[in-house]
Each structure stands twice: as C-alpha cells, then as structure tokens.
Design a binder for this molecule. Sequence first.
Ligand code: SAM
Length: 290
Amino acid sequence: MKQIILDEIKKYGGKISFAKYMELCLYHETFGYYTKEQEKIGKSGDYVTSSVLSSIFAEMIAEYYVYLVIEHHIQPAFCEIGAGNGAFFKEFKEWLKKISEEIYEKSMFIAIEKSPHHQLQFKKATQYSVQVKRELPNKFSGMIFSNEWLDALPVHVVTRKEGQLFEVFITSQEEQLKEVLIPLENQRIEKIIENYQTPILEGHRIELSLKMLDELYRVNLAVDHGILMTIDYGYEHRDLYDSSLKDGSLRGYKNHQMITNLLDEPFSHDITSHILIDLYKKKARTFRVE
Ligand SMILES: C[S@@+](CC[C@H](N)C(=O)[O-])C[C@H]1O[C@@H](n2cnc3c(N)ncnc32)[C@H](O)[C@@H]1O
C-alpha cells in the first residue's frame, strides 16, 4: 500500500506536503484508515474518546442543548460533525428524551460523517433514527457540536532552522518514505503565521491545519443561525514557547499504543495532532459563528 504514497510523490515531482500525506493515510478512498472497515474507537479499536468513555459526557451536552433552546431560543436542531461510531449521539438522544421529552420530540437530528465505515456504525448505533450526511445542509439553524473532529484533519508542518521557516514535506529514497525540509513557500501558511503572530521558535515544529480553516468557513457558510461547540485537544499560542512541545504534537495510535514514526506503516493507524486553539477562535470570530 505504500506504493500509493510513492506514486503520489512521483506525481507531484518528488515530494508531497505532510498534509497531503495525512489526507491519503486517513481518507484515501479505498485504503484510508478512516475508510477501511475496522474498529477504530473503543476498547477493541485503536483509541478512545469521551464519547465512548462515559455517558456523562452526552448528558452534559444534552443539558446544555436544552438550556440553549429554552434560554437562547435557538432552533431545536442538533448537528454533530465528525460523529464517529454514533456512541455519543445515541447517548445524547437518550439523555435528551429524559431531560425534556418536549424538546426531544421537536428536535431535528443530523450527523455529518465522512468515513463510510463510521457512517454504517453510526446508523446501527442510532437505529437509523438520525440522518447521516457528508455535508452540513445549507441554512442550518441550531446547535453544531463536534468532539475530536478537528484533531483528525490533515495538517501542514512548519519548523524554524537558523531563523528561516521551512515546511516539512514527504519524499522517498530507495522506496522508503522520509522527511525533507523545504523553505516555506505556501503563501496561505505564511499569511496565517504573520497575521495571527503564530510563535515558531528556533528548532520547534508546529502543525497548522488549513483544512480546519476551510471546514470552519464551510460551517459558517451553511449556518443560518446557531451555536458552534467544539471540543478538541489544542494549544494556545503561549504553549508554543514550551520546550517540551518543541517537536509538535503529531502522533498515531494503534491498539492503544502511541506511534511516533508516522512514515513506517501508512494507512495502518490513526494520525492526530493538537489544533491551534487561538487560530481557531480568532478565525471563528471573523466569521459569524461563536
Ligand atoms: C477522532 S474521530 C472522533 C469521532 C467522534 N466524534 C468521537 O468523539 O468518538 C474523528 C471523526 O471525524 C470524521 N471526519 C473527518 N473529517 C470529516 C469531515 N470533513 N466531515 C465529517 N466527518 C469527518 C472521521 O471520519 C472520524 O470519524
């Protein structure tokens, strides 16, 4: 399967960005980690999330949703993006019914999930009672929720050496994948670093997800009126001065073990990174979403 990556590297003139590599590993239409039929979340999978750990998580969110509908008069509609195997949504609906049967009955439920495997698991878990879509429908009004969605989006990797910014690309040498540093020339990344004053210290690496900003933009376009609640791992800018985070946060998980060499066995494990929370918040505020 490594051949798919090698072919892409060849196609793009000898190197691909880490973001492209991560996109292929996770979402390749046939071999992507999230495309393949195999357990990912939970005890028999590779990692756990709050959605599968305790039903208190769903109870808390259901309470907050009811509060928003009653006190802030948002439309009774709940949408989860990156909904995974449906563990959260199943519990959420059960709790909502207990907390307010009236709001439960009035509510529209939607899940947005990209992985065909998770779509199927989701439908089974929620007994086909929730619409599962690939995209947020236009003019959505209500509450939009996600848990550990953004940390599964592809990231570009940037580092500073002798004062200069470089982007980490993936290349091949004798059929083996390896990293190569190329002076940063992606203007979108340059602009973000400049506009948002993202600190990148000498020798440090950071991950930056253009995809996250694109997704936020799409959410903003689709939403008519609503509240966006995002739960995820992330850094604030001040954390980037911490030398313990020098190597960034990229990692993989397989059978609940952390994987640090992400080039050895592409497609075989999850890849995740912490998001830049400050960037996400600032960008969200320039859109209409709060
Ligand atoms: C780390 S899992 C988290 C799943 C779930 N929210 C949970 O808490 O267990 C991330 C999920 O986001 C999905 N995903 C990634 N990009 C997506 C996108 N653009 N639209 C919808 N789902 C997406 C993946 O397929 C995967 O199921």
